[in-house]
Design a protein around this ligand. Structure first.
Ligand code: TRP
Length: 450
């Protein structure tokens, strides 16, 4: 029965296709928008070092565990949980994990789409050649955008149509194709930008800022930010990785493929940081600008540097591609669930879900202007959705996935799915059972008490 239903589902056309789409999911606004500004806010190299450790010791092992559940279950996150828990005889309670994943992914998409909309707006401004001459002007331009609900809603709508359009076309002819077209472009542009950054910017200063070791700057807050970001950048805990893993064929090695994804994701973040900080330092701008780093600081650099217009267009095109392929992965888990549970046509499921997410996104657009006085503990809707997902559902799902794979599924099933040499398997399994849940739980407690 399980065999026949899994045969009816699509699978990626090759192992490389899986690697590419999963890189597409993980490389997103997180790498190019959030990672650099967090490095800037959290004191540079200390954050980078802790972040690399978190990726290696916590996020990567968990990433494999999430792929494992998806592939073993052979279905959308809800049914993958149901199938695997039936197989190992666990409590039905664990199904919650699938639900939390697919619903949180939609919530993330609602504000992710709004931020991606800002990027598309900046892309268009770069194309028509809008310049900013002073820091004040750059800030005003950004504030004007945030203050204009119609403009925000317009770009958010454009971005959502792009995202839904791809998911509606299907796993192979939509998602896989879009990634095959965009990801090589993304890498080429990024490498080009790093070169340009080395020529036109201050690369040595950027290298010092990112890689000089300052152990004294490592604080619990840096840890907290680093773990949270490691989760976000690898798309963990939200069913996205589980859903993509479910389209992976049985023969492919989970560990072998995941190395590529984790390495590329990390590399893209670091390269983007190098390119961005080279310019930031060359033009005497502030690295600790916060979320406005790429939207306020960089346009200033682009306006002042030789070839800045071309550089600006390419840069915002890069961010658009990155955000688009990630947004696709936020929509797919819920759409897969609708298709597999109710037999809906893919296009109906995708557009229907898209409309619901879009509506929530309109609320997010308004939370910056017309609705800005409606707050919860001082947070507008945008902040509330961000905090609810990144500080609560993401870490809680993370612990749950680790406990489920480490303690509930049973070693035999897990080993069968991982097919690793005994020694390596034992290390990974021990990490998933102990280090991962304990580390995330500590971070979570620190986040809610601190
Ligand atoms: N990883 C993406 C980024 O870095 C965002 C993303 C896509 C995501 N899918 C996700 C985050 C699922 C959490 C869960 O921008």
């Amino acid at each position: 029965m399980k065999e026949s239903s899994s045969q009816a589902r699509s699978t990626w056309s090759s192992r490389w296709a899986f690697i590419l789409v999963t890189i597409g999911s993980s490389v997103g606004l997180g790498n190019i928008w959030k990672f650099p500004y967090m490095i800037g806010l959290q004191g540079g190299s200390a954050f980078v070092l802790v972040y690399l450790l978190c990726i290696l010791l916590i996020a990567w092992p968990l990433f494999m565990a999430e792929i494992l559940i998806g592939r073993r279950g052979g279905g959308n996150p809800v049914s993958a949980m149901a199938t695997t828990l039936a197989e190992c005889g666990a409590s039905r309670f664990w199904r919650v994990l699938g639900w939390v994943g697919i619903l949180s992914a939609l919530v993330i998409l609602s504000f992710y789409g709004v931020v991606a909309g800002w990027v598309v707006d900046y892309l268009c401004k770069a194309i028509v050649g809008v310049r900013v001459e002073t820091a004040l002007e750059a800030k005003r331009a950004f504030d004007t955008l945030l203050g204009n609900p119609l403009q925000l809603a317009f770009w958010h709508t454009v971005f959502m149509v792009l995202t839904v359009g791809v998911v509606a076309r299907g796993v192979v002819s939509g998602i896989e194709l879009a990634n095959k077209l965009m990801m090589p472009g993304l890498f080429l542009i990024l490498v080009g930008l790093v070169f340009w950054g080395a020529v036109a910017g201050d690369m040595p200063a950027a290298l010092h800022f990112l890689f000089d070791v300052h152990f004294e700057a490592i604080t619990p807050d840096v840890f907290l930010a680093a773990v949270g970001h490691a989760f976000f950048t690898l798309s963990l805990g939200m069913g996205a990785v589980m859903a993509y893993g479910s389209y992976l064929d049985k023969k492919t090695s989970i560990a072998g493929t995941s190395i590529w994804v984790v390495a590329c994701d990390t590399l893209v973040g670091l390269l983007a940081g190098l390119a961005i900080f080279s310019l930031t330092f060359r033009y005497g701008l502030e690295p600790s600008e916060g979320p406005g780093l790429i939207l306020q600081t960089l346009p200033l650099a682009f306006s002042n540097m030789p070839g800045g217009r071309v550089f600006g267009v390419l840069f915002f095109l890069l961010v658009t591609f990155a955000a688009w392929t990630s947004a696709i992965s936020l929509l797919e888990p819920f759409v897969a669930w609708l298709i597999e549970s109710f037999g809906l046509r893919r296009a109906t499921a995708a557009w229907g879900t898209g409309v619901a997410v879009w509506l929530l996104g309109i609320g997010v657009c308004l939370s910056f202007n017309a609705w800005s006085e409606y707050t919860l503990f001082g947070n507008n809707l945008f902040d509330v959705l961000d905090i609810a997902t990144s500080r609560f559902s993401m870490p809680l799902s993370g612990v749950a996935i680790a406990v489920y794979v480490g303690w509930v599924m049973g070693k035999r099933i897990v080993a069968e799915e991982m097919r690793l040499p005994h020694g390596i398997f034992s290390v990974w399994f021990a990490v998933v059972r102990t280090l991962v849940p304990v580390a995330i739980a500590l971070v979570f407690l620190h986040a809610i008490t601190g």
